[in-house]
Design a binder for this molecule. Structure first.
Ligand code: PLP
Length: 410
């Protein structure tokens, strides 16, 4: 305090003004308050696999345990050699034959790398094209840099495909990059080869960098196929591809992700030096988690069993989709990948002005936590996102309770 006894209010930095991350925001605080009162809350607000009975492959756990003693020291700030090599070889095996160990940075999950990359790249006033709806870290992390997230519309009537005309119409001389999330969170859309090429072609024509978040690349249903943006980008569009172990290997707590840089790196030396500086400043990603990467990417891919008919990821997603669409006034585009449904509540039937309040009402009444659509920067308060991780009995129960709640609101 001061000599006169007054004390200063301790405020958050101005940088945080307008930064939001609603999947763990006030809705989670309310859920935790209810839990403290003794209520059991079914949390369907984040894609966290472990609480729903999914286990990381044993070989991953064994690999971390095996290396635990030698993982005590800091590693190279870009990541341990074996992990970076494994990532490079993974992309080589996907047809990106020139990917090398020097193109890869390992991070504490994709989350850290998204923030680091944007901090290294964006200046105040720069505009970054971000999908709406988006995974809200992208919008929040752009805002935190002082840059401006500019949302392009994904079209629900067209399977949530990006609206290419809307993207073009939002490009200005200040636009520096476009974010692609494919497979998409929250919509479950998976983009065709033509769509990925069209998005990258916009970047090519307007000299934009591509940030491609592909963390759900292996969670694909039915005949969905994933196409790497880096392949479409070739050697003339700078492309940063983000992925990691959190989803396909059910290992989100191990915090192991990567970014792979492709394209005309000679034009980006200063940016890449900046990224290296930021990587150096945080020393390294947690080293035990890095030791899981080579093991995960090599060998048998147990994720393949979860995404086919009869596998939990597949069957739960299809059941959730069906049950949601059975509710009057609810329509949901069937997910083609990822771990979510993003249903629409017909405004003629439900008339919601504040979807966060709606979600909190649902939570209080039915003890189920979902996330409101505007939390994903969707434009209207008429959607919510449901995580499809619970097994079919729990999903039936949960969507049943959501249906009861909605019946009272019609
Ligand atoms: N990107 C998307 C689209 C996500 O959905 C998530 C997590 O849900 C992340 C990134 C963050 O993943 P990580 O655990 O690697 O930080």
């Amino acid at each position: 305090g001061c000599e006169d006894g007054s004390v200063r209010t301790i405020r958050q930095s101005n940088k945080l003004r307008g930064v939001r991350y609603d999947v763990r925001g006030p809705i989670l605080a309310e859920a935790q308050r209810l839990e403290a009162e003794g209520h059991r809350i079914l949390k369907l607000n984040i894609g966290n696999t472990a609480p729903f009975g999914f286990e990381a492959p044993e070989s991953i756990v064994a690999s971390m345990t095996h290396h635990l003693t030698e993982a005590q020291g800091y590693s190279d700030s870009r990541g341990i050699w074996s992990a970076r090599t494994a990532v490079a070889q993974y992309y080589q095996s996907c047809g990106l034959k020139d990917t090398s160990v020097d193109d890869v940075f390992i991070g504490n999950g994709v989350s850290e790398l998204i923030s680091m990359v944007l901090q290294a790249f964006v200046d105040e006033g720069n505009e970054i094209l971000v999908p709406a709806p988006d995974y809200p870290l992208w919008t929040g992390a752009v805002s935190l840099t002082g840059g401006t997230p500019v949302h392009y519309r994904c079209d629900e009537a067209n399977g949530w495909m990006p609206d290419l005309e809307d993207i073009e119409s939002k490009i200005t001389e200040n636009t520096h990059a476009i974010v692609i999330i494919n497979p998409n969170n929250p919509t479950g859309a998976v983009y065709s080869k033509e769509m990925v090429e069209a998005l990258v072609d916009i970047a090519r024509r307007h000299d934009l960098v591509v940030f491609s978040d592909e963390i759900y690349e292996k969670i694909l249903f039915d005949d969905a196929v994933h196409h790497h943006a880096a392949k479409a980008a070739g050697d003339d569009v700078l492309c940063l591809t983000f992925s990691g172990l959190s989803k396909a290997y059910r290992a989100c707590g191990y915090r192991a992700g990567w970014v792979m840089i492709s394209g005309p790196q000679e034009r980006a030396t200063e940016f890449l030096e900046g990224l290296t500086l930021l990587a150096n400043m945080r020393m390294c990603a947690n080293v035990p988690g890095q030791h899981a990467i080579q093991t995960a990417l090599g060998g048998y891919q147990s994720i393949d069993e979860l995404v086919v008919p009869g596998g939990r990821f597949h069957d739960q997603a299809m059941l959730a989709d069906k049950l949601l669409n059975d509710i009057p006034g609810v329509s949901s585009v069937r997910p083609r990948g990822a771990l979510y449904c993003f249903p629409r509540l017909d405004p003629e039937v439900y008339a919601i002005d504040d979807d966060e309040a709606f979600v909190i009402d649902l939570l209080r009444a039915k003890k189920i936590l979902v996330t409101h659509g505007t939390g994903f920067n969707w434009f209207e308060p008429d959607h919510f996102r449901l995580v499809t991780l619970p097994d079919v009995e729990v999903l039936e129960e949960a969507i049943g309770r959501i249906a009861e709640f909605l019946a009272q609101r019609r």
